[in-house]
Design a protein around this ligand. Structure first.
Ligand SMILES: *Cc1c(COP(=O)(O)O)cnc(C)c1O
Length: 758
């Protein structure tokens, strides 16, 4: 139902494009079409290929910078209830972790290229100023500027974000980009203005090009942040046309500048911005599953390819192959591409083979400050795989959510087995906490609660077949009126039935449309006390469901406001006809968190009650107020050695490239562990350490790599969701990594799992 972060969960398209971008960068440095047509080559390498580097910046923006800049009310994902700042220290540690990683790659690359740089005479007449210029801006070898640009861009954004909104920063970086443009492909314009040219000449003492961490990187890094925050859903066709038109315009721009000898360099164009915007949107819509292995591979190709170019030239000469391997630009390009990928692949393969926790860069060990109540497992040593429910956390969440509606009542949504937690066990607990109203999706769910002694009102939110109307009376349930015709059928049952009237204010799923006042008036004037018509319907409530309350961006906010207005108008109309207004409700979890002031008589809270939210971002934003209720655990059934070259699991999907220690776990996809976390897609925690999932997840079992964990033995516990030692895996992270939202992940947890309240 929720779709907050779906635009970036299935980011496989981005992963694939990383490889394409790496090939494009090789093209820039090898000019594949040079032997054939100068103009075609100019288009390919000086215009089209300019999309590659901004693409990498945008990816960094989306996945890294988004997390390191401060989120506060007024920009970004805000909350009307006074947005909470994610703690600064946390942002800083994410920033330093990222910078450390990039600095390490940069340092390694610098070392690789030192001999080549010396040979090429790059390091003649070194001075301190020249070294700093190279290290900070130009790169010590010509493509390495990218890494320092990433670092500078991130630091700049992080710093400015302390006292500027995202919009203001965007404006600042747009100005910097324009300044950069005039030092790059628009330099010809500056040349005609001597005063300004002096300034640029002076600038070029500090750096050789403006396509660097100051003028170029920050804008695209921020564009990546916007891509994540906007949750835009442009139509595919609009993106394709937008991309083609922008690219054509950029081509015209590039050739016009080129032919008029305006360009000092050719990395920056005005039209590069819309081109990147549409391209990135297209890639986000390319919904493949993530390909984490492509990330280090593309980075390695980027670092290695200039060395490969030199190697190809060096080897071709003595072998007398230069005429075809070097002088034919296309063959040269293809040879360099193939060799670069081969080298990069071997490099990544050996690096990742020696340090298994790095295989998946995506999942970071969370620094969880708000630790939930002490978590003592009631492990009897026998249960195969189980869900542990933290009663204290549930109580805390109920208390917090109730505090948001002082004049209303919580009506917890315990549908879908209480989002996988176990409807009976959770509802019993809620009864104890004083909760007296529940909502479920269907009659069978309601009957199950009643058979297990759950007290209070139970509202069925969905459709119940006329064959089952007898259940409504037998178990004292409340049925939603899903439309006018359905009201007639309910009434025809002939005996009194308790109902809430559903109103469709924009979700267009269930309910009478709010503008159909005739039908609604008829419904009310005919029900209950009237002699004819709907005399069997006992109308106790009227409600609507908000469809965009999870986002506070202007369009969604306006949409929500309109839904609320529709409901209010309707109620005013009913009042004007002197109809007694029954209980009114409209908020679910996100509605309650974002718009508590709208609370009616009930809030139908689901996901938030369980201490999580649909996306990782939202869960983090509210983690001080909401505590996860569920942990998922499984037992280790066997530990064994896997020799180098042997495969583990089905289909030979995993091969050991070194001697390993592996374990089988008593949980599989039938228990709700998403199968697309197979083979490096996820990990579990054992003794507070990560054990990466290897091979394909089976129906009932999963194999994990425990090489790095001492003392693992059969019978031990593996944590799939929850805490182990100092480490935590959040349900929202697991959901994001498997390409879905927390709601789906949790509600699919299998029947076979035992539910244990602790
Ligand atoms: C599922 C559902 C809810 C609960 O939604 P959450 O986002 O999980 O709080 C509320 N109202 C209706 C109509 C629902 O279908």
């Amino acid at each position: 139902m929720r779709s907050i972060s779906q635009t970036h969960t299935k980011s496989g398209g981005l992963d694939v494009f990383r490889l394409i971008a790496a090939v494009i960068i090789i093209a820039i440095h090898t000019s594949p079409l040079e032997s054939f047509n100068q103009d075609a080559d100019f288009f390919l390498t000086r215009i089209l290929s300019r999309i590659a580097v901004p693409f990498f910046f945008m990816v960094t923006g989306q996945f890294v910078v988004s997390d390191i800049i401060r989120k506060k009310t007024g920009h970004g994902r805000k909350t009307l209830t006074g947005g909470k700042d994610i703690s600064d220290s946390r942002n800083i540690s994410k920033l330093t972790a990222y910078i450390k990683k990039i600095a390490l790659i940069y340092a390694a690359a610098i070392i690789i290229y030192i001999p080549i740089g010396i040979y090429a005479g790059h390091y003649n007449n070194l001075s301190v100023a020249k070294v700093l210029k190279m290290l900070i801006f130009d790169g010590t070898f010509y493509h390495l500027w990218y890494f320092s640009a990433c670092i500078i861009g991130c630091i700049l954004i992080f710093t400015l974000s302390r006292f500027m909104s995202l919009t203001a920063m965007t404006a600042v970086f747009a100005v910097l980009y324009i300044i950069g443009l005039f030092g790059d492909s628009y330099f010809g314009v500056i040349k005609n203005i001597p005063a300004i040219e002096t300034v640029y000449d002076w600038l070029f003492n500090i750096f050789s090009y403006t396509r660097n961490g100051l003028f170029f990187a920050p804008f695209f890094l921020l564009m990546g942040v916007w891509m994540r925050r906007l949750h835009l859903r442009l139509r595919h066709k609009a993106c394709v046309s937008g991309f083609i038109i922008s690219l054509c315009a950029m081509t015209a721009e590039g050739f016009a500048l080129h032919l008029n000898h305006m360009q000092r360099h050719d990395s920056m164009y005005f039209m590069l911005i819309p081109t990147m915007f549409f391209l990135y949107q297209l890639l986000l819509q390319w919904r493949l599953t993530q390909k984490p292995a492509f990330r280090p591979l593309s980075a390695a190709v980027y670092v290695i390819h200039p060395a490969v170019i030199i190697a190809v030239r060096a080897v071709a000469k003595p072998l007398h192959l230069s005429p075809i391997l070097v002088e034919n630009s296309l063959v040269h390009f293809l040879a360099v591409t193939m060799l670069s990928f081969l080298t990069a692949f071997l490099f990544v393969y050996f690096i990742s083979g020696s340090s298994n926790p790095l295989k998946r860069g995506k999942i970071k060990p969370p620094r969880n400050t708000a630790s939930p109540a002490v978590h003592m497992p009631t492990d009897d040593g026998r249960t195969r795989a189980w869900i542990e429910l933290d009663r204290a956390a549930l109580a805390k969440n109920v208390y917090f959510l109730q505090s948001l509606i002082p004049n209303g009542e919580l009506m917890p949504a315990v549908k879908a087995d209480a989002y996988g937690h176990g409807a009976v066990i959770i509802s019993k607990e809620l009864n104890k906490l004083g909760i007296n109203s529940f909502c479920v999706a269907c009659a069978d769910e309601a009957v199950e609660l009643r058979k297990n002694g759950i007290k209070g009102d139970i509202l069925i939110l969905g459709y119940t077949s006329p064959h089952d109307f007898y259940l409504l009376r037998r178990y004292n349930l409340i049925q939603t009126v899903v439309d006018y015709e359905y009201a007639c059928r309910l009434n025809q049952y002939g005996k009194p039935i308790r109902v809430h009237l559903g109103i469709d204010t924009g979700m267009h799923r269930l309910g009478i449309r709010s503008e159909d006042t005739d039908e609604i008036l008829k419904f009310f004037s005919l029900s209950e006390n009237s002699a004819s018509g709907f005399k069997n319907l006992k109308t106790e409530g009227i409600f609507t469901h908000l469809s965009a309350d999870d986002s506070l961006y202007p369009a969604q906010q306006a949409f929500t406001a309109n839904q609320v207005l529709e409901l209010k108008k309707l109620i005013d109309t009913l009042k004007s006809y002197e109809i007694d207004i029954p209980k009114v409700h409209l908020l679910s979890s996100y509605g309650l968190l974002n718009y508590p002031q709208l609370a009616g008589d009930y809030a139908r809270v689901g996901i938030a009650l369980y201490g999580v939210l649909s996306s990782k971002d939202d869960t983090e934003l509210w983690q001080d107020s909401l505590t996860p209720v569920l942990s998922l655990k499984a037992r280790i059934s066997s530990v064994r050695t896997l020799h180098k070259g042997e495969c583990a699991g089905y289909s030979m999907a995993f091969t050991a490239h070194r001697e390993m220690k592996i374990s089988a776990l008593t949980i599989g996809y039938a228990d709700g562990l998403p199968r697309n976390l197979s083979n490096g897609g996820g990990y579990v925690l054992i003794n507070g350490k990560r054990a990466p999932i290897i091979g394909l997840i089976c129906m009932d079992q999963t194999i994990v790599d425990v090489s790095a964990i001492e003392d693992v033995k059969a019978g031990d516990i593996a944590v799939i969701i929850g805490k182990s030692g100092d480490m935590t895996i959040k349900a929202a992270e697991l959901a994001e990594n498997s390409g879905t939202i927390t709601n789906e992940l949790l509600s699919r947890l299998g029947k076979r799992l035992k539910r244990i309240a602790v």
